[in-house]
Design a binder for this molecule. Structure first.
Ligand code: ADP
Length: 253
């Protein structure tokens, strides 16, 4: 029996007259990579930001690691890791200084080099955030979610805009973090990514969850209905060509 680390029950959120989240319920199990998928405007960010204690809900209940959001928001903050927007990284500070700054805010003792090593950025310890490539920026932003040694981290479209190599590299990083016992909630618009990474996904549309299960089960359910993908005439796609020609090594230095 899986252990639920997040429980969301009948969550509603209205912005004025507009109901963005219309009574959703789901659970996230400890140690899983859980994907929140859905078209733009579906209500993903609203839902995540409510769980992250950053936005107020209209009604419903949220429990994180046994802590009730209405009673213990500050305790919840201590056990979750949230990615900052790039604009939150002071442009004049290098990566070591930024980590020390955030560690100070969290009141945590952190060895910057150890943390940078985890995300393969030790060589960039003295570089400024703005000097990093897209993939490096994302890896650094993920590193900052780990500063307070959280039980759960939230990743909002972590691979958007990255090249195929950097995207794969980030998948490995996310899988490594999970192997160490951290629960991960991720949003993505890339279904191949969700299929590779996520143990389970919830698909949200118009503020409602319309499906929730493992990618494999959702695919099997669709096939059961008689759905067939148009026959593939080629055994590879353009991404295979790209990776085959340019290799898996990340190029950002
Ligand atoms: P997603 O992350 O799935 O793209 P959001 O949660 O950002 O969706 O948005 C859901 C809906 O709520 C959208 O229609 C969006 O325009 C609306 N919305 C989000 N934030 C606000 C806000 N602060 N004020 C008013 N409407 C908002």
């Amino acid at each position: 029996m899986e252990n639920s680390i997040i429980k969301v029950l009948d969550l509603h959120k209205s912005y004025g007259d507009f109901e963005a989240v219309k009574g959703i319920s789901f659970e996230v199990y400890e140690g899983e990579i859980f994907g929140l998928l859905g078209p733009n405007g579906a209500g993903k960010s609203t839902t995540l930001e409510i769980i992250e204690t950053l936005r107020k809900k209209t009604s419903g209940s949220v429990t994180v690691n046994g802590l009730d959001l209405d009673v213990n928001p500050n305790e919840i903050k201590k056990i979750i890791g949230v990615q900052l927007q790039a604009s939150g990284f002071y442009p004049g500070l290098n990566l070591t200084e930024l980590i020390n700054l955030f560690a100070g805010l969290y009141n945590e003792a952190v060895d910057p080099m150890e943390l940078l090593e985890k995300v393969n950025l030790k060589d960039k310890a003295k570089a400024k955030f703005k000097e990093l490539s897209g993939g490096q920026k994302q890896r650094f932003s993920i590193a900052t979610t780990l500063i307070n040694k959280p039980k759960i981290i939230f990743l909002d479209e972590p691979t958007t805009g990255l090249d195929p190599q950097a995207r794969r590299n980030l998948w490995e990083l996310i899988q490594d973090i999970r192997k160490q016992g951290t629960t991960i909630i991720i949003t993505t618009h890339y279904m191949d990514e969700a299929e590779v990474l996520c143990d389970r996904v919830a698909i949200i549309d118009n503020g409602k969850i319309i499906a929730i299960d493992s990618p494999s089960k959702l695919i099997d359910d669709l096939v059961e209905t008689g759905f067939e993908r148009p026959v593939q005439v080629k055994k590879a796609n353009l991404e295979d060509v790209f990776i085959n020609l340019t290799g898996y090594t990340i190029r950002e230095d």
